[in-house]
Design a protein around this ligand. Sequence first.
Ligand SMILES: NC(=O)c1ccc[n+]([C@@H]2O[C@H](COP(=O)([O-])OP(=O)(O)OC[C@H]3O[C@@H](n4cnc5c(N)ncnc54)[C@H](O)[C@@H]3O)[C@@H](O)[C@H]2O)c1
Length: 334
Amino acid sequence: MTVRFAVLGAGRIGQVHASTIASIPEASLVAVADPVVDAAVSVSTKYGCEIRTIEEIETAHDIDAVIICTPTDTHAELIERFCRAAKAVFCEKPIDLNLERVKKCLDVVSETNGTLMIGFQRRFDPDFRVLKRTLDDGTIGNIEMVTLTSRDPGPPPYEYIERSGGIFRDMTIHDFDVARWLLNEEVATVQAAATVQVDQKIGEMGDFDSVNVILTTASGKQCTITNSRRATYGYDQRIEVHGSGGSVSVENHRESRVEVANIKGYCRPPLLEFFMTRYDAAYTNEICAFVQTVQDGVAVPTTGEDGLKAFALAEAALKSVAEQRVVLMKEILD
Ligand SMILES: NC(=O)c1ccc[n+]([C@@H]2O[C@H](COP(=O)([O-])OP(=O)(O)OC[C@H]3O[C@@H](n4cnc5c(N)ncnc54)[C@H](O)[C@@H]3O)[C@@H](O)[C@H]2O)c1
């Protein structure tokens, strides 16, 4: 069975997912919805799909699944609407900007027996998957410390930041998810530091652009996350895991592996530009996994619960910064 899709929101990530759907034989892109005509027309023209309204997609008999790529503050309502309309839902992170609202949304998913997958694509990155398998097969012994480095080449537009919920809920949330996945044990405490060093206007909007977080589990495993909205040298995405029997790491991806050496030193190509290229394979793999879920009814790999837990870590980090102390996760989730 071919899974028939509609993409809601044809911005940066909507265009990535539309392109992936169009390239998968088991999927077809039937429709796109976006109130910005140019955005909708660009996807419609490129992939030969119809432009429809949200209401038309909700009641359509020729659509099995939707991909929600709209601004974050619209996600919860759209998830609920499409679960009620019996469409399988893939939604970009985060589910909402308020923890209680996230919980209510997940209640609706469960009451309607809905299918919901959250877009934590890093779990589908081929290198990160090999790293995870290395941890699972015990090659480096017990996991003791995880180090995650994620730096964007530059900040997103101000209009995006305004609706994003801020760096912890928007950007660090990917690292929170990866931390939970790799640590394989829930986080017990969160300690965060956050400042504005890239763009003062981001600070005036109540957000930060440079953050560090330390997560600790009940058994004492630690994860350090370092995020910046600026990296002059490209999209900086690295993982290192240190264990009782060694360490395992994934380095940055570059445009090629060619290195030139001469009297001036060693020269390598720049890093890949941003998420659209660095996580290209990951986006394809996650949509393929979602298609399989819809076709075979297998469990979704990144669940609403994963979305909730990662978001709760973002809330803890915000509280840690505001109150300048270590926050216990039971303060946030109990
Ligand atoms: N997983 C990832 O790597 C990743 C990367 C980028 C963004 N995201 C997430 O995806 C979401 C969108 O981010 P973006 O960078 O693509 O934003 P964007 O601003 O580039 O695109 C959002 C699009 O949604 C459209 N839109 C607004 N309201 C709508 C509605 N009610 N119905 C249909 N379309 C609507 C806008 O016109 C715009 O074209 C955010 O929640 C963000 O957190 C995830």
